[in-house]
Design a protein around this ligand. Structure first.
Ligand code: FMN
Length: 101
């Protein structure tokens, strides 16, 4: 059994990303896998900052909700990231998480 993690990077709670992500996760669920969704906009994740680069590998650079997200990402077998496109790019919520990864 696989663990599928859905990450919603939209600020709109019930928007297009939410709908599409739930549809995608439904397929995983229907085929016997466990699913979980996290909504980045409800979390407190600060952007990557320069002083963080002095950290040791494996240490969390900032004490915020990225620690929880990191644990869930490490635990997952599959990740589905749903982000709106804003001016040709991912949402800020998505980009901040990716940079922190
Ligand atoms: C500020 C803003 C900028 C956008 N820029 C783009 C864009 O460059 N390209 C695009 O295809 N859609 C763009 N869109 C449309 C959204 O990506 C699209 O409606 C998306 O499905 C919204 O997802 P949501 O309902 O989960 O918030 C933009 C929407 C907003 C609000």
């Amino acid at each position: 059994m696989m663990r599928a993690l859905g990450i919603n990077a939209s600020p709109r709670k019930d928007g297009n990303c939410h709908i599409l992500l739930q549809e995608a996760l439904k397929v995983a669920k229907d085929t016997g896998h466990t699913t979980e969704t996290i909504v980045l906009d409800t979390l407190n994740i600060s952007p990557w900052r320069e002083p963080n680069s002095a950290r040791k590998i494996g240490e969390s650079p900032a004490k915020d909700d990225m620690e929880k997200v990191e644990a869930k990402i490490k635990d997952a077998d599959a990740i589905i990231l749903a982000s709106p496109i804003y001016f040709g790019s991912l949402s800020a919520q998505a980009k901040i998480m990716i940079d922190r990864c």
